[in-house]
Design a protein around this ligand. Structure first.
Ligand code: FEO
Length: 398
C-alpha cells in the first residue's frame, strides 16, 4: 500500500487484519496499520519500517519507489517491533544504508539486531539535523511517547512532523490514507482506544511532546499507525491535547462482574438511579463480556467510575481484577468513585475493590465518594433502596 505525500515523499504501509491482540493484549476488531515513509530527495531515507512478515510486498514497494537508487539512510524513530521488525532484513538488502537514530535506540538495536555492524549507525540527539537535499529533518526527543528511545523527526523545509506512535490509531486504512479521505469520527473512537491502551499512562510526557510540537508550524502529520493528516492536522492535535489532559467530562462508567446476575441487578439499579438523578453519560459494562481495552476508553472520557464485583473465591472476580490492573497501569486521571459488591458465600469482592480504590486514591488522586455496600445473594429491593441516598450524594459530586 503506497501513496505519494509529496513528489519526493512517499507513504508505505500495510494493513494487519490477522492479528487478534495488539501486544498480545489489546483486541483489534478493526485491525491496525503500520506506516513507514520514504524520501526520494537528493538523498534517500526511509523513516521506520513495519512489523516483520506483515506484508510480503513491502520490499517490492521500497525497491519500486527507489527506482534503482540505493537507500542512503534508515531513520529509526521507535524500536517497538511493530515498526522495527523489518530493520534486519532491510539492512541486509541495502548494505550501504546508514542507520540514523538516538543513543537509547542504539542500545535496543543492539538487543534486537545484534548482528548489525555498529559502524553503520549514526547517533543523533535533540536538535540534530539530517540534510537530504531539499528536505532537512530535525530530531525531537520524545521519551516515553511511547518507549524511552522514542523520538520524532520534523521536516523544517515542508513543515511535516513524523510523530511515530503519537497521533496513531487502531483500525486499518480501508482505502483512505489521508484525513480528507476518511470518516474522522470512526478513527477518533479507535484513536482514543489506542491512546488509552498504549500511550495514556505517559500523558505527562505526551503533554511535553505536544508543547514542543506546538512551537512548530505543522502542515502534515505522519504517524506510524492510521491516517496521514495533511488537510487539517489541528484536528488530531486538539484531540490529543484533550486526552493527555485526562479531564473527564460529567458522566459515569459502571463496570461490574457477576456470575449469576445478582451483582448485575445491583448494577442496573444504580445505573437507573444515576439517570433519574440527571446523569446523561452512563456506560455500563459486564467485565466478563467486554475487554478492559474498551472499558478504559470510556473511563478516560468521564469523571465518574463505579465498580462492583461479586465475591469469587473470597476475592473479586478475576475479570474485574484484570480491569483494575489495567486501570492502575494506564492511569486514566482523577475519578470520583463509588463501589459495591455481591457477598455470595464469603464476601471479599468489595473488600478487594476498596483496597484497589484506596491505592488509586493515594497514588492517582482518585476520590472515593462511597466505599460501598456488599449485598447478599439476590439483592432485595429494600436493600437496594438503602443505597439511594449514597447514589444521590455521589451524583452531586460529578
Ligand atoms: Fe506502534 Fe510503540 O509501537
Amino acid at each position: 500500500m503506497t501513496a505519494n505525500i509529496l513528489d519526493t515523499l512517499h507513504f508505505l504501509g500495510t494493513n494487519d487484519r490477522n492479528k487478534s491482540l495488539f501486544e498480545s493484549n489489546w483486541p483489534l476488531p478493526y485491525g491496525i496499520s503500520y506506516n513507514s515513509y520514504l524520501f526520494t530527495d537528493q538523498k534517500t531515507a526511509l523513516l521506520d519500517t513495519i512489523e516483520y512478515g506483515s506484508d510480503r510486498s513491502y520490499f517490492e514497494d521500497v525497491t519500486r519507489i527507489l527506482d534503482g537508487r540505493d537507500l542512503d539512510f534508515l531513520v529509526i524513530l521507535h524500536m517497538e517491533p511493530d515498526h522495527a521488525g523489518m530493520i534486519g532484513e532491510l539492512l541486509q538488502r541495502y548494505p550501504h544504508t546508514t542507520v540514523v537514530t538516538n543513543a537509547r535506540a542504539v542500545k535496543l538495536v543492539e538487543l534486537y539486531f545484534p548482528d548489525i555492524d555498529k559502524d553503520r549507525i549514526r547517533e543523533v540527539k535533540e536538535g540534530d539535523k539530517l540534510d537530504l537535499g531539499h528536505h532537512i529533518l530535525q530530531f525531537v526527543m520524545t521519551p516515553m511517547v511511547h518507549w524511552p528511545e522514542s523520538m520524532m523527526a520534523y521536516c523544517i523545509t515542508e513543515n511535516i512532523l513524523f510523530s511515530q506512535d503519537a497521533f496513531g490509531t487502531f483500525g486499518t486504512l480501508d482505502g483512505g490514507i489521508f484525513d480528507d479521505e476518511i470518516n474522522l469520527e470512526y478513527y477518533k473512537d479507535e484513536m482514543l482506544r489506542y491512546y488509552t491502551n498504549i500511550i495514556g499512562r505517559f500523558s505527562p510526557q505526551v503533554q511535553k511532546a505536544l508543547q514542543k510540537a506546538a512551537a512548530l508550524p505543522i502542515r502534515i502529520i505522519c504517524p506510524v499507525h492510521g491516517p496521514v493528516w495533511r488537510t487539517d492536522p489541528k484536528v488530531v492535535f486538539d484531540w490529543y491535547s484533550g486526552w493527555a489532559a485526562s479531564k473527564g467530562e460529567k458522566g459515569v462508567v459502571l463496570a461490574y462482574a457477576t456470575m449469576y446476575g445478582h451483582t448485575q441487578r445491583t448494577a442496573d439499579y444504580i445505573a437507573r438511579k444515576l439517570a433519574v438523578n440527571g446523569i446523561r453519560n452512563i456506560r455500563v459494562f459486564d467485565v466478563s463480556k467486554t475487554h478492559p481495552s474498551f472499558i478504559l476508553k470510556e473511563i478516560w472520557k468521564y469523571n465518574g467510575v463505579i465498580l462492583g464485583s461479586c465475591s469469587y473465591n473470597t476475592g473479586m472476580h478475576p475479570n474485574m481484577q484484570h480491569l483494575c490492573h489495567e486501570i492502575e497501569i494506564m492511569q486514566p486521571g482523577r475519578k470520583k468513585v463509588f463501589l459495591f459488591g455481591g457477598y455470595s458465600w464469603s464476601g471479599g469482592g468489595l473488600k478487594n475493590l476498596q483496597l484497589f480504590a484506596q491505592n488509586m486514591q493515594q497514588r492517582h488522586q482518585w476520590e472515593i465518594i462511597s466505599p460501598g455496600t456488599e449485598l447478599p445473594g439476590y439483592p432485595a429491593m429494600k436493600d437496594l433502596e438503602k443505597m439511594d441516598q449514597d447514589i444521590k450524594a455521589y451524583t452531586a459530586t460529578l
